[in-house]
Design a protein around this ligand. Structure first.
Ligand code: GAP
Length: 497
């Protein structure tokens, strides 16, 4: 992961926000290549989800909405994470990410150990229990630890659990609900009447505008409303680079279906669609898996949720949540606004409140997955046969920030440079292309490999003196072949869509 974070900074994909002031935890900036990559992910999703379908329309709703929206949706009361404070170190933890276990020797509890959630929480707790027993010189047989998280701690246990910050018990508080919505004020008065929220999800925009879209959009059930936009959550523990941040971007689609429709079949269809879409932008199926939320842990609005998980270097984590939200949201908005949230069903001549299937994904999480899946370091031979290390980002041409690099073989040969400039100018009308004449050709290839450019085109003496063809160098195979301009355009047309 460190190598990916370093590359992201070094090559201008992702920077820490406000870095010159020491940064702000949970906020990030996208540099010149990062914005291109992010835009391409968004564009692919928008084209496939909205433009290339006939049953889905787009929307861009405001980030700050009427505060009643969030009362109706349940976010004011229920969008909370359990928070635990360490009174000594002032550190804060998400209770469901802070694990503990009694240390049991010969059937007797002799102390407690704690560890933050990781891929190996149980091993960490076991090692901590062994160390505890050793330090206290306790004789006897240590039982295997039985980890629980802090939300499951009994009140009398809390004082006995050591803080991960100090290693000592007695400073952790009981878990309390912490609302993750960022508050602000609308207008000049800063009182309770002016409180508003930065949206924690884009979804509510689609519900609040449901009637507007039905009345103006000529839509017929089943149909979807899609939106891409920023969301904000005051996460207790933002972590893993851009995986969990406080400002992030979501791509959400609310698919409205008739209340009598087979919602389970529709849910399955969207699961399949989303997984295939992730593969279409280059994520390998081997890195993807499904996680069905247990009934007891479903979000307050959900009837069924399945997450598409991705194997990140820091563990298998949620990438895309596909939830069956029933008619919860429309019913709530109908109740709170007093405005009927109904659809007139021509077939039965009845007004119905549609149900919803919602695929909701974070752009930043996809971008991180794309970087992680594409990153590779390998030993290759240079022109002289010496082995050197090559860092390569194997990005799909659909999302790669630069599609082609145009390289004149030599920068001091006017004919090569002017032909390269001409090709560059033509390609850049349709694609993000890069012109580079500085340095040895091998070096220039390596620079493009590192930022994920699928192809380099070299303008050489054969181009200007013989048949007009270029050398096309493929990033992944490093194979080179001659190609005409028409073939190059056809290749781009086929692979970049
Ligand atoms: N409308 C439903 C909803 O927002 P969610 O599971 O809370 O559901 C959907 O969020 C997706 O948004 C997640 O699967 C994830 O990809 C992304 N996401 C959520 N919180 C995030 C955060 N703090 N940072 C980055 N991405 C986040």
């Amino acid at each position: 992961m460190d190598a990916i974070v370093a590359l992201a900074k070094r090559r201008g994909f992702i920077f820490q926000s406000s870095e010159i002031y020491g940064g702000l935890t949970g906020f990030f900036d996208y540099g010149p290549l990062g914005v291109e990559l992010k835009k391409n992910i968004r564009d692919c999703w928008w084209n496939d989800m909205v433009r290339r379908r006939e049953d889905i329309v787009g929307l861009e709703s405001s980030i700050i909405m009427h505060p009643k929206v969030w009362e109706a949706s349940g976010h004011v009361a229920g969008f909370t994470d359990p928070l635990v404070d360490c009174k000594v170190s002032k550190q804060r933890y998400r209770a469901d990410q802070l694990f503990f276990a009694p240390v049991v020797v010969d059937g007797k509890t002799v102390g407690h150990v704690s560890a933050l959630e990781s891929e190996k929480t149980t091993e960490d707790l076991q090692a901590a229990a062994e160390s505890f027993k050793r330090k206290k010189a306790i004789q006897g047989t240590l039982a295997p630890v039985q980890p629980r998280d802090m939300t499951e701690a009994r009140p009398e246990e809390i004082a006995l659990i050591p803080s991960p910050a100090t290693g000592e018990p007695g400073s952790l508080t009981e878990p309390r609900a912490f609302n993750m919505m960022f508050e602000t004020h609308v207008g000049p008065m800063r009182d309770s009447a002016s409180v508003a929220y930065l949206r924690p999800e884009t979804a509510q925009g689609m519900f609040a505008d449901f009637r507007n879209v039905v009345d103006t959009g000529r839509v017929k059930l089943p149909f979807g409303i899609a939106q891409i936009g920023k969301s904000f959550r005051n996460e207790i523990t933002p972590r893993n680079f851009i995986f969990r941040s406080r400002e992030f971007e979501q791509m959400e689609m609310e698919y409205f279906i008739h209340p009598d429709a087979d919602w389970l079949a529709c849910h399955e269809e969207w699961l399949k669609w989303c997984r295939e879409w992730l593969m279409s932008i280059g994520l390998p199926d081997s890195h993807l898996s499904l996680h069905e939320h247990p009934k007891a842990k479903l979000a307050f609005y959900s009837r069924r949720t399945v997450d598409i998980m991705f194997r990140y270097p820091f563990g298998v984590q949620e990438l895309w949540g596909i939830a069956a939200r029933s008619d919860y949201d429309l019913q709530q908005h109908q109740k709170f606004s007093g405005v009927p949230q109904v659809y007139f069903d021509e077939a039965t001549k009845q007004k119905v409140v549609p149900h919803v299937i919602e695929p909701a994904v974070g752009v930043d999480r996809i971008l991180l997955a794309v970087l992680c899946a594409g990153y590779a370091e390998e030993d290759v031979k240079d022109e002289k046969g010496n082995v050197e290390k090559r860092t390569v980002l194997r990005l799909s041409p659909r999302v790669a920030p630069i599609k082609v690099a145009v390289l004149p073989l030599l920068k001091n040969k006017e004919a090569l440079v002017s032909r390269a400039r001409e090709l560059h100018a033509r390609l850049k009308r349709r694609y993000a292309v890069f012109y580079d004449e500085a340095g040895a050709i091998g070096r220039r290839y390596r620079r493009q490999d590192e930022i994920g450019t699928p192809w380099c085109v070299t303008i050489d003496f054969d181009t200007i003196e013989k048949d007009g063809t270029f050398t096309l160098r493929d990033r992944d195979s490093m194979q080179q072949r001659r190609i005409t301009e028409a073939e190059l355009i056809a290749l781009l047309d086929e692979k970049v869509y």
